[in-house]
Design a protein around this ligand. Structure first.
Ligand code: BDP
Length: 686
C-alpha cells in the first residue's frame, strides 16, 4: 500500500460476523437520475462495495430487499420537513421499509448532497458501524469549505513538502491527468467544496487566455464532485495584464478592466467561485497603494463578482515592518475599524492566530471583534512551522483548540466556532480554508500521517464542533485497519503529537523562533533579517533577566484586543495559561511556575519531554508492525527516526541558546547536549 488511496482505502471488512451481516443487508444499489454527479456516485459504489463486502454487488433497476437507494427527487418515505431542512448540501440516511422490502435510503435535495451521503455511508462500512437502524441527518455548518493551494505556475509549491504541484500546466488543457478526479473525489468524501488552485502570492498570468482554458478543464473535472474553482488574484493585474497606469479600485477604467476579466472567466467557468486576495501584505500590491482601504479594494471586486454570484475572500494577514509596533496588533488594528464596511459577498479570511501558523498561538482577536462582517477561518494544513512533511503532527487538536476558544464577544459560549458559523454576526456567509499540504508525491501529502490533516480539515469545515478524537479514530480505521490493538495506540500517538511538537519546538508560549526563511529547524539565535519582525529575537526577547514578549497592559497591550474576561486572564501573570505565558509576558528565569519549578527548569523539562515523547511514539509504532502493510509501516518508522533526530536538535539548540541568558544549569538527570551551541547555530536544516 503506497498510500495513494488515502482514507478511501476500501478493504474487505475484517470482522467475519459483521461482514456476513453487511452482505445480507446490502444486495445492490439503486440510483435515481443520471447526472455527472450520479454517474460519479455509481463509479464510487461500483468500486467500493465489492471490495468492502467481498461479493459481487451491482447497480439494480428495481428496489429489492437490501437495496441502497440513492435519490434526490422521489420521496420514498414521508420525511416531513426534514429534507427541506438539510438545504443544498446536507443529506439523510435512513433504514427504511418500502413495499415490504428492507432498504437503506440516502437522500438529499441535490445530487451533491446525495454524494456526501454516499461517502458518509461508505464511511460507516469502513469504520464497521452497525447499519441496521440508520437514522442520520447531516448538514454542513459552513458554506465555504476550501483548500487553498499555494501552487505556483512553474510547478513549485510555496511551503509545499509533498512534491510538485498536482496541476500540470504544461500538459493542460489537452492532457487530463486522472489524478485530478481522485483529488476531487477525496475532497468530496470529506465535504470540501472549493479549491483556490494558485498561490496567494499570485502570478497574474493565471488570468490570461493562456491559462484560463487550462483552469476550465480542472473546473470541469471537479464539478461533478461539488468542488468549485477559485483563483488567487494579484491586485495589480490591471496594470500587469491590462497595461493600465493604475490599479486604484475607485478608478473607472480599473473597474471596467475587472468587469471584463471576470466576465471572461465566467464564460469559461459558469460556476466559478470567486477571488482570494492577499493585498498590502508582505509586499503584495493592494488598495492602500492608492490611498484606499481594504474595504474599498474588496468591495470593488465584490461588485464585479456579484452578478455572477461570486465571492471575495479578502485576507486579514497584514503587518508592516515597523521595529516597534508589535506585529501581533496589526491585523486587528487594520481590520476592526472596517467592520460593517464590507459588501455582502465578501468574507474576511483570518489566520487562526495573530501571527502566523505557529505550533501554538492564542486565537486571533479578530474573531468576535467584527460582528458585522462575514469572517472565515484560515488554518494551515501544510506543516510550514511544524516540521514540514517529516514530523508526525496531527493538527486536529490545534484546530479544535482554536475553534473551542471562547472569545466572550457576546458573553460566555461565544466560541470561535460559533463566530465562524455566523451565529454571532449579522452577515451570513461562512467558511473555513486550509492551506493545502497536497503535492504530486504518490501518497499526496509526503508523510503517511499528513493525510490525516487534509481529512481533519474537511471534517472540521463540515462541523467546526467535531472532536479531534473522533476524527482520528475514523481516519485510522478508514486508512489502516479496524483492529483495536492498532487503533488505540495510534490514536494516542496522533492526539498527543501536536503537544509533543510544541514541547520540542516552542513550549510555554514561545513563537517564531524557527530557522530564518525556511522555517525549518530551530533558529532562536536569528538576529539579522530583511525586516525586524522576521528575527527570532524580536519575538522571544530573551535577556539575562528573563524571556518572553510583554504584551500585557504594561507592554504592547495586545491583551486589550480581547474581550474582558479573556483580556484579564491573559494580562495577569498568575492567570495567563502557562502554555501561552511567554506569548504575553516577559518572565524572570527564576519565576516560580505552578509546578514549583523555576521558569528555566520548566522550559528545559518541556524540551526534554518533547524528545521523550517522540521516543515513546517510536516505541509504540514498533509494536504496530503486525497490523499493517510493510510499506507504510517502514515509511513511518523512517520518518520517526528523522523526527527524533530533529527533536533532539531543536531541544539542544534551544536549551543551549537560552542558557546563555539564564546562566542556569540544565536540571539534574537530563542528558546533556553533546555538541556546543555553535554547532546548532551553524547547521542549517532545509
Ligand atoms: C507565511 C508564509 C508565506 C506566505 C504567507 C501568507 O511563510 O510563504 O506567503 O504566510 O500566508 O506563513 O501569505
Amino acid at each position: 500500500n503506497d498510500g495513494y488511496d488515502l482514507w478511501l482505502n476500501y478493504r474487505t471488512i475484517e470482522d467475519a460476523k459483521l461482514l456476513a451481516q453487511y452482505q445480507k443487508n446490502f444486495t445492490g444499489y439503486y440510483i435515481e437520475g443520471n447526472s455527472a454527479t450520479m454517474q460519479a456516485i455509481d463509479t464510487e459504489l461500483k468500486k467500493a462495495l465489492p471490495l468492502l463486502l467481498d461479493k459481487k454487488i451491482d447497480k439494480v433497476n428495481s428496489i429489492n430487499d437490501g437495496s441502497i437507494i440513492i435519490s434526490t427527487g422521489k420521496m420514498y418515505i414521508d420525511l416531513g420537513n426534514e429534507l427541506q431542512s438539510v438545504g443544498k448540501e446536507g443529506f439523510i440516511i435512513r433504514s427504511v421499509t418500502i413495499n415490504k422490502k428492507k432498504c437503506t435510503l440516502i437522500t438529499a435535495n441535490t445530487d451533491i448532497g446525495a454524494m456526501y451521503g454516499v461517502f458518509h455511508f461508505l464511511k460507516l462500512l469502513q469504520t464497521n458501524t452497525p447499519t441496521d437502524k440508520l437514522s442520520i441527518t447531516s448538514v454542513p455548518k459552513l458554506d465555504l469549505r476550501l483548500l487553498n493551494h499555494w501552487d505556483n505556475l512553474n510547478g513549485s509549491i510555496e511551503r509545499g513538502y509533498a512534491g510538485k504541484s498536482l496541476w500540470k500546466w504544461d500538459e493542460l488543457p489537452g492532457v487530463v491527468d486522472p489524478r485530478y478526479t481522485d483529488y476531487a473525489r477525496a475532497n468530496a468524501s470529506i465535504g470540501i467544496n472549493g479549491a483556490v488552485i494558485n498561490n496567494v502570492n499570485s502570478n497574474p498570468l493565471i488570468m490570461t487566455e493562456e491559462y484560463l482554458p487550462k483552469v476550465k478543464v480542472l473546473a470541469d473535472v471537479f464539478r461533478p464532485y461539488g468542488v468549485k474553482v477559485y483563483l488567487s488574484i494579484s491586485f495589480s493585474a490591471p496594470i500587469r495584464l491590462g497595461g493600465l497606469k493604475t490599479a486604484d479600485p475607485l478608478d473607472p477604467e480599473v473597474i471596467k478592466w475587472w468587469q471584463a476579466k471576470t466576465a471572461e472567466i465566467y464564460k469559461y467557468i459558469p460556476d466559478f467561485g470567486g477571488y482570494l486576495v492577499k493585498a498590502n501584505s508582505e509586499g503584495q500590491p493592494g488598495p492602500q497603494d492608492y490611498g484606499r482601504n481594504h474595504a474599498d479594494g474588496a468591495n470593488m471586486l465584490a461588485k464585479v463578482l456579484k452578478p455572477h454570484n461570486g465571492v471575495v475572500m479578502w485576507r486579514a494577514f497584514v503587518y508592516n515592518s515597523s521595529p516597534t509596533e508589535d506585529r501581533v496588533l496589526q491585523a486587528y488594528d487594520s481590520f476592526k475599524p472596517l467592520d460593517g464596511d464590507f459588501d455582502d459577498n465578501v468574507l474576511v479570511q483570518i489566520k487562526n492566530g495573530p501571527i502566523d501558523f505557529q505550533p501554538r498561538e492564542p486565537f486571533s482577536p479578530l474573531f468576535g471583534a467584527m460582528p458585522n462582517t462575514s469572517l472565515m477561518m484560515e488554518f494551515q494544513v501544510t506543516q510550514e512551522y511544524l516540521g514540514f512533511a517529516n514530523h508526525l503532527v496531527f493538527l486536529a487538536p490545534l484546530y479544535e483548540e482554536v475553534l473551542d476558544s471562547d472569545t466572550y464577544s457576546k458573553g460566555k459560549g461565544s466560541t470561535v466556532a460559533k463566530v465562524i458559523e455566523g451565529e454571532l454576526t449579522t452577515k451570513k456567509l461562512t467558511g473555513m480554508a486550509g492551506v493545502s499540504n497536497i503535492g504530486n508525491s504518490r501518497n499526496w501529502c509526503g508523510h503517511p500521517f499528513a493525510q490525516s490533516n487534509w481529512y481533519a480539515l474537511g471534517r472540521l469545515a463540515w462541523d467546526p464542533e467535531a472532536s479531534s478524537a473522533d476524527i482520528a479514530n475514523d481516519w485510522i480505521r478508514m486508512t489502516f485497519t479496524n483492529t483495536e490493538a492498532f487503533i488505540n495506540p495510534v490514536e494516542d500517538i496522533m492526539l498527543n503529537s501536536r503537544e509533543t511538537t510544541v514541547n520540542y519546538m516552542t513550549p510555554l508560549g514561545l513563537h517564531h523562533i524557527m530557522g530564518y526563511a525556511s522555517h525549518r529547524g530551530p533558529g532562536p539565535w536569528v538576529d539579522r533579517a530583511a525586516q525586524p519582525n522576521w528575527k527570532s529575537t524580536y519575538y522571544h526577547r530573551a535577556d539575562k533577566d528573563g524571556v518572553g514578549f510583554d504584551r500585557s497592559t504594561t507592554g504592547s497591550n495586545a491583551v486589550s484586543q480581547y474581550f474582558p474576561p479573556v483580556r484579564d486572564k491573559f494580562n495577569s501573570l498568575e492567570t495567563c495559561p502557562e502554555n501561552l505565558l511567554l506569548w504575553f509576558h516577559h518572565v524572570p528565569w527564576t519565576y516560580e511556575m505552578k509546578s514549583g519549578n523555576t521558569l528555566w527548569d520548566e522550559m528545559c523539562y518541556h524540551y526534554y519531554d518533547g524528545v521523550k515523547e517522540v521516543r515513546n511514539m517510536q516505541k509504540t509504532w514498533e509494536g504496530m508492525q503486525p497490523y499493517i502493510d510493510s510499506e507504510r509501516f517502514e515509511k513511518v518508522k523512517t520518518l520517526m527516526e528523522e523526527q527524533e533526530w530533529e527533536a533532539v536538535f531543536w531541544r539542544n539548540g534551544c536549551v543551549l541558546y537560552f542558557q546563555t541568558f539564564s546562566g542556569m544549569p540544565i536540571p539534574k538527570g537530563l542528558e546533556k547536549p553533546n555538541k556546543p551551541l555553535s554547532y546548532y547555530e551553524e547547521t542549517i536544516l532545509r
